[in-house]
Design a protein around this ligand. Structure first.
Ligand code: KIV
Ligand code: ZN
Length: 524
């Protein structure tokens, strides 16, 4: 008979490769600032992500800088940078990951007939030559080389096998077979890995990896099937962020492996209690809301509304719960503290919520908490999360909102009187608008003239009740550059002004960096 410890000993590890900052950032509108990427990298490292793909270094100076700065601060996770199969991409990537304790060069080239003919305009034999040359070049610069066959699931199997063998022979250590267009289905994808593991010369020397897009809603199912077929690395993104319909969601992959360990006997290194925080942070910095009924991290993922379900839950949670909210860090939002709570209790509360702030950040957050407690009867965990994330989202601020008064009501025009500080100098203006939010944004335009267009304005209540904080996300676009901003406040109009100004600050910061070369950023 097999004992429990025998079974546990047989469990294999699956490497979690997160691509939120690379493939995730390729979703239109989901760009992140350097500070946001650094904070996200810290969250991922604490969560136990094995490989963090921090960007595509050749695409822009901003991407290069992000990969290099993430490489400097992360110690536990491997830092990967993406490259096309070009020597200059690979050299740039090697430079970016140089400070990393563990760095990886990730090279991609397409292998499907469609992509080779129309996109690369190359003969299959030439593609094999390029693979051998570029992987070999990269291997001279770094010991950890991932090679990806773009559009692998629409590639001819025999050619794909030869391409994989070529990459292994040239020194690749991980072989990724992406379902680039979200076309495959689970049994087919599992079969592809089984075939490669059994037929590729040198398969035993590499880790096979999945990378699934969600065009048919199958990304997670396909990734898990890939693991059953022999893959031991899964590429995924927090909240399923990614090109078009997104990538396989990290939180769903990890929890499926954990909850269904009977069928999927694989472990990950992820500390699942960090999942909710990571999800909220990615949603806040990208301005992409998490749908209420999203698996694992949706607001309703652990809510039980019907009487029958509530009755069952009271008798035994397992009647309707296959995992506990606390397993994913979604503790029930509890009443925390009031205005008499001290700094010590506040620091302990932050720690419970997964935040370890330095002294200055703690003092700042505590001051804001006291202000909030003065204005709001009950301060909940979610209020504290919004308050701290709001502060983290604000990096270097050229513009700061100092004062706002708004005249609103049934009789227009609504009017906003605003005072801001720009590079240390106070400026005031009034403006009218079609509604109070429009008036506020017009006033910002007067004090800080800019050419950006508002692409998204979104408000949600952090908790229940009329004194709830409003969390506002704003997305602005100027000349193809996109920046998001967010802010939380019990006054919706103040939160709106601060979120807009936060987006402007991020846009200004981004302007100082070189724009990505569209030819590079749009294809491999
Ligand atoms: O979807 C894809 O093929 C990719 C590769 C770069 C891995 O994102
Ligand atoms: Zn992808």
């Amino acid at each position: 008979m097999t004992s429990v410890s025998d079974a546990a000993a047989k469990r294999e590890n699956v490497i979690i490769f997160d691509t939120t900052m690379r493939d995730g950032e390729q979703s239109p509108g989901a760009s992140m600032s350097l500070d946001e990427k650094l904070e996200l990298a810290k969250i991922m490292e604490e969560m136990g992500v094995d490989v963090i793909e921090a960007g595509f270094p050749i695409a822009s100076n901003g991407d290069f800088e992000a990969v290099r700065e993430v490489s400097k601060i992360v110690k536990e996770s491997t830092i990967a940078g993406l490259c096309r199969a070009h020597t200059m991409d690979i050299d740039r990537c090697a430079e970016a990951i140089k400070p990393a304790r563990r760095g990886r060069i990730h090279i991609v080239i397409a292998t499907s007939p469609l992509h080779m003919k129309h996109k690369l305009q190359m003969e299959p034999g030439d593609v094999l030559d390029v693979i051998a040359r570029t992987v070999g070049h990269a291997r001279n610069l770094c010991d950890d080389i991932e090679w990806s066959a773009e559009d692998a699931t629409r590639s001819e199997r025999e050619f794909l096998r030869r391409a994989v063998e070529t990459a292994i022979k040239a020194g690749a250590t991980t072989i990724n077979l992406p379902d680039t267009v979200g076309y495959t289905y689970p049994t087919e994808y599992a079969d592809l890995f089984r075939y490669m593991v059994e037929n590729v010369d040198g398969a035993d020397r590499v880790i096979f990896s999945t990378h699934c897009h969600n065009d048919l809603g199958l990304a997670v199912a396909n990734s898990l099937a890939g693991v059953q077929g022999g893959a031991r690395q899964v590429e995924c993104a927090i909240n399923g962020l990614g090109e078009r319909a997104g990538n396989a969601a990290l939180e769903e992959i990890v929890m499926a492996l954990r909850v269904r360990g009977d069928r999927l006997p694989y472990d990950t290194r992820i500390d699942t209690t960090h999942i909710t925080r990571a999800s909220r942070y990615v949603s806040a910095i990208t301005g992409f809301p998490v749908q209420y009924n999203k698996a694992i991290v949706g607001k309703n993922a652990f809510s039980h509304e019907s009487g029958i379900h509530q009755d069952g839950m009271l008798k035994n949670r397992e009647t309707y719960e296959i995992m506990r909210p606390e397993d994913v860090g979604q503790a029930p939002s509890s009443l925390v503290m009031g205005k008499h709570s001290g700094r010590h209790a506040f620091r302990a509360k932050l720690k419970d919520l997964g935040y370890e702030l330095g002294q200055n950040a703690l003092n700042e957050a505590f001051g804001r908490f006291k202000d909030l407690a003065d204005r709001k009867k009950h301060v909940y965990d979610d209020d504290i999360v919004a308050l701290v994330d709001d502060a983290l989202a604000r990096g270097a601020e050229r513009i700061r909102v100092k004062n706002l008064r708004v005249v609103a009501g049934t009789e227009g025009p609504q009017e906003a009187q605003l005072t801001v500080e720009i590079d240390g100098e106070e400026r005031s203006a009034s403006a009218t608008g079609d509604g109070p939010v429009d008036a506020v944004f017009n006033a910002i335009h007067v004090v800080a003239p800019h050419g950006a267009t508002l692409r998204l304005f979104q408000v949600h209540a952090v908790t229940e009740g009329t004194d709830a904080q409003a969390q506002v996300s704003v997305r602005l676009e100027e000349d193809g550059r996109i920046a998001t901003g967010q802010a939380a406040d019990t006054d919706t109009l103040t939160a709106s002004a601060k979120a807009y100004v936060n987006a402007l600050n991020n846009l200004f910061a981004r302007k100082e960096k070189t724009r990505p070369d569209p030819a590079i950023a749009s294809g491999f």
